[in-house]
Design a protein around this ligand. Structure first.
Ligand SMILES: CC(C)CCC[C@@H](C)[C@H]1CC[C@H]2[C@@H]3CC=C4C[C@@H](O)CC[C@]4(C)[C@H]3CC[C@]12C
Length: 931
């Protein structure tokens, strides 16, 4: 195998964008943390793994995606238990499903030992050891091919199947639209102008044809709305552009490698054939036999095979010098080409003649392909031209996709609202008639203090609170109105208040819905969230905060870090707290974890409002909104990691404009703990943050421990709540995103009048983007009755429809201009690390604002920042060693360890910071030297 050339450990991945070459960032990303591994060897192994994405698979022939062919053969499969050793198993990959059996003959007998949908698995490969890992969460396969060639073929095939299956699952093709529009037209719902409206036309099909009002409104929408047409055109353009880009890239690669065939063509051939990778058995007549299913076709189509008898080499020869199989390694390859006539022809003619090139110097397929993927300077004018074309075309596609996305989201929202409003009319044509079958959760009772609106109509989404019930129990039943119905009416009454006019209420309010009798609890959640969402979107954004004199942008744009390989870093730090893993500076954002604690106070006005609210139940709603608001930063913050504070580092934040001041300190190194304390006239807020990680292959869960605390001065409340899990999905890929899920319970340690439960709903993998990030909450009284309910999305806002005036209790501020160029920071986040001349002399030298590496990164001096970061971490290590030598322990300066009411360790302020700052001033105290 070695003779196939060395370069399997190149950082240019076969198909992943994770480890693109980078002259600036060739510094091996694992170097920093490699000390955690025992041997150089194990580091090497980790380094060679790559996650494969499906971007580079070439499967289009003439614009259509070709279904990939079957692939079958023996692979070595890692034993399940103990996880040691390998056994040979026969694998068949067909229609996106990878099945395996013990032996080849088991397949025909239907004896399958396991199967996995490859489109749902994360695929990691190790080119050095020919290994492929497929991780579908619950099912995990570790397999190994016997040779590079087999490995390459399997990888190519797997990619092809994944891509095809994914594309099948998410069809965006236009042709169906015409048919749908036609059908819709037959229903009389749309006029001729709607042909080609695609999804929108299809939506009209589900409208109950009996309801003329519904039909007319939606068809009016369809008539007026031409955006989907524009989108379809735009997408068609994108499609063409992408094909063109693909062609240009291939051309460029071929040009640079001086080759006639492109990598894409090779991949396409492998993808589309039916392949049996087993050694063709010798028949009595001495003929070579392949898999029975494929053999005759193979011969019929003139499969290209050269056998070089003298040297006992068997060349399976696809293109010029592409496949080289030796009897010792790979044992034959039988192709059942689907009719790609041109290619078969070219195989058999011009390329056969180049057999004389074959030999030990011939690069293997992987080498060939990797060489194609290597960045090469396109010296020729044609190459440069190609590069420019690729660039400008890519930008065009990006712009188109952005605009399509925006338009479609708006249209969807409009349609949704139109549909919901009309749907209500249909379900509740007569306001006085009670809708049968309404059920309410026993916990959802009417609070004695609540007044019912006189003009009651029955529209509610009580299903929100319904626990799962067997289908029989969901059947509508007629019964007398009950307290539960009254509660439902109460919610409806709220809508009236919201909309001002009772007759128009159902048209305007996004909150009412009569469709409760047979909705699944999950659907209930989703539909409630849709309504909350609609109401939130109608709430105007809070006025742009008046200028605080603080900066509105960072000094420099964020660096591109898409090339930095994360895999090695994370593997090398398994078991470590992700947030604390040291990463190269381009992976960092110029704020640290102490500052991120402060960021949770971005919406501190909610605590001020709570403190000004007399009713304890309503007060709780605002506290809950505050607890949720702290999670909203996650929306745009998944590309960079906050700096880890060093032990003893501090941070202060004085916000006269918001009326609070905060201090935080890194109080412990093992485990790393950051503590903070904030105070204002209306509240105090403190927490210490530490967390654990769970690494799931393609995602990382952050499980915070420790409670968050807030007290309100006016009512003496002491609220305490837990945090939910934050999950970094697709951690290795550029499609990384954050999700929060779990339950938060807010208690009041000084009063048991009410509690609050908030659910951060875990999205299902098929859920649409608009239903991601759902939050639902209830405020309960002592007996467990629901007094208030609220919901929405943690990145868009929270609506409470049970307040005397139902309203959006919280909505995140709009993001500042160009925020994506500034790490996705909000205005508040931009301000966190701002250092003004009047502030500087007042800070202790341990303040994060004075930390040089973070400052360098903020100023765009990324390389310097990285070096400085190494130095600061080294200083910290030295300091720890010194302390250990002296048998001492680090004592935090401004926080002390204590126990909370449940006996848990907590870090509380010792009350000295602000006093020292005033007198004698930190310039006159003894301070730690951290950098
Ligand atoms: C470079 C890439 C891979 C790493 C990105 C990691 C980022 C997204 C991670 C690292 C540390 C993480 C934070 C750690 C702790 C918390 C507290 C939790 O209650 C809310 C989420 C929050 C605030 C996390 C958000 C996501 C986070 C910032």
């Amino acid at each position: 195998m070695d003779s196939y050339g060395p370069p399997l450990d190149r950082s240019h991945s076969l198909a992943s964008g994770l480890e693109k070459s980078s002259p600036t960032w060739r510094k091996p990303s694992h170097s920093r943390s490699s000390s955690t591994l025992s041997s150089r060897h194990s580091r090497q192994i980790i380094k060679d793994w790559e996650v494969v994405d499906d971007l580079h698979v070439e499967m289009h022939i003439g614009g259509e995606m070709t279904p990939p062919g079957i692939c079958e053969g023996y692979l070595l499969k890692r034993r399940k238990w103990p996880l040691k050793g390998w056994h040979k198993r026969y694998f068949v990959l067909e229609a996106g499903i990878l099945r395996y059996s013990k032996h080849q003959h088991d397949v025909s007998r239907g004896r399958v030992q396991g199967s996995l949908d490859v489109s749902r698995a994360v695929m990691s490969i190790n080119k050095k050891s020919n290994r492929i890992d497929l991780d579908a969460g619950d099912i995990l396969y570790h397999v190994k091919a016997k040779s590079h060639e087999l490995f390459y073929i399997w990888v190519t095939k797997l990619q092809a199947h994944r891509l095809f299956k994914k594309s099948e699952a998410a069809p965006v093709h236009a042709p169906a639209h015409g048919a749908a529009a036609e059908r819709a037209q037959r229903n009389g719902a749309v006029t001729a102008s709607s042909a080609g409206l695609g999804g929108s036309a299809a939506a009209s099909e589900v409208l109950p044809s009996a309801d003329a009002a519904v039909n007319s409104k939606v068809s009016a929408w369809l008539r007026q709305s031409h955006e989907p047409d524009a989108c379809a055109q735009e997408l068609n353009r994108c499609h063409l552009d992408l094909s063109e880009i693909n062609r240009l890239i291939q051309r460029l690669q071929a040009l640079e490698a001086g080759q006639t065939f492109t990598n894409g063509e090779l991949q396409r051939i492998i993808s589309t054939q039916n392949l049996s990778l087993e050694k063709p058995k010798k028949s009595k007549s001495g003929k070579m036999w392949g898999h029975s299913r494929t053999l005759s076709t193979v011969e019929a189509l003139g499969m290209v095979r050269l056998v070089c008898e003298q040297r006992h080499w068997c060349y399976w020869y696809m293109f010029n010098r592409l496949l080289l199989f030796t009897p010792n390694h790979t044992l034959g390859c039988v192709f059942n080409p689907k009719p790609i006539r041109g290619i078969t022809k070219s195989l058999s003619s011009s390329h056969l003649s180049s057999s004389s090139h074959l030999g030990a110097s011939v690069p293997s397929i992987p080498d060939y392909v990797y060489s194609q993927l290597s960045p090469q300077t396109a010296a020729s004018p044609e190459g440069r031209k190609l590069q420019q074309d690729i660039c400008s075309m890519s930008l065009r596609v990006l712009a188109s996709l952005k605009s399509v996305h925006e338009t479609l989201s708006q249209e969807r929202q409009k349609l949704q609202e139109t549909w919901e409003q009309n749907h209500l009319h249909q379900l509740n044509p007569l306001p006085e008639v009670r809708q049968p079958g309404l059920r309410l959760h026993p916990g959802l009772r009417l609070h004695p203090g609540l007044r019912l609106h006189p003009g009651l109509r029955l529209q509610t989404d009580a299903s929100l609170f319904l626990p799962p019930q067997p289908a029989a129990a969901r059947a509508p039943s007629r019964r007398a109105p009950s307290v539960a119905d009254s509660a439902a009416e109460y919610f409806d009454a709220s809508d009236d208040v919201l909309c001002g006019s009772s007759s128009e209420a159902s048209d305007e309010s996004g909150l009412s819905d009569g469709s409760t009798s047979n909705s699944e609890p999950d659907d209930g959640h989703a539909s409630a969230t849709r309504k909350y969402r609609a109401s939130i979107s109608r709430t105007p954004n809070s006025a742009v905060p008046k200028s605080t004199g603080r900066r509105t942008a960072l000094p420099a744009h964020c660096p591109d870090n898409s090339h930095v390989g994360l895999m090695a870093i994370l593997y090398n730090n398994i078991g470590k707290d992700l947030a604390r893993v040291s990463m190269p500076a381009p992976l960092n954002e110029p704020v640290n974890l102490l500052q991120r604690l402060c960021e949770e106070l971005e919406y501190s006005e909610l605590l001020d409002t709570a403190n000004a609210t007399a009713d304890p139940f309503q007060r709780m709603v605002y506290v809950a909104a505050f607890a949720i608001s702290g999670y909203s930063t996650a929306t745009f913050r998944n590309r960079y990691k906050p700096f880890n504070p060093v032990l003893g580092e501090t941070y202060e934040c004085v916000r006269e404009d918001r009326g609070f001041r905060l201090i935080s300190e890194q109080v412990c190194h093992h485990p790393p703990i950051s503590a903070c304390h904030a105070e204002s006239d209306s509240f105090s807020f403190w927490q210490d943050q530490r967390w654990k990680n769970k690494f799931w292959g393609k995602s990382v869960e952050i499980l915070p421990t420790g409670m968050v605390n807030a007290t309100l001065s006016r009512y003496g409340d002491h609220y305490e709540w837990n945090k939910v899990v934050t999950c970094i999905h697709n951690v290795f890929s550029q499609q990384r995103y954050l999700e929060h899920y779990g339950e938060v319970t807010i208690g009041n340690l000084n009063s048991n009048v009410c509690t609050c439960r908030i659910t951060f709903v875990k999205s299902r993998y098929w859920s649409s983007d608009s239903s991601k990030n759902e939050v639902q909450g209830t405020v309960l009284d002592q007996s467990g009755s629901v007094i208030h309910r609220f919901g929405g999305l943690w990145h868009e806002g929270i609506f409470c429809d049970t307040l005397p005036t139902p309203k959006c209790v919280w909505k995140p501020h709009p993001q500042p201009k160009d925020y994506l160029l500034y790490y996705g920071f909000s205005t508040f986040a931009m301000e966190l690390n701002e250092l003004t001349p009047d502030l500087e002399p007042l800070l202790p030298p341990t303040d994060s604002r004075l930390r040089p590496d973070q400052r360098m990164l903020e100023e765009g001096r990324v390389d310097e920042a990285d070096r400085m970061k190494d130095e600061i971490e080294e200083i910290q290590r030295e300091r720890r060693k010194e302390l250990a030598k002296r048998g001492e322990e680090h004592v935090p300066r401004f926080f002390k360890k204590s126990k909370d009411s449940c006996g848990r360790d907590v870090w509380l302020t010792n009350g000295t910071y602000w006093k020292l700052r005033d007198d004698p001033g930190f310039a006159n105290t003894e301070n730690l030297i951290l950098w």
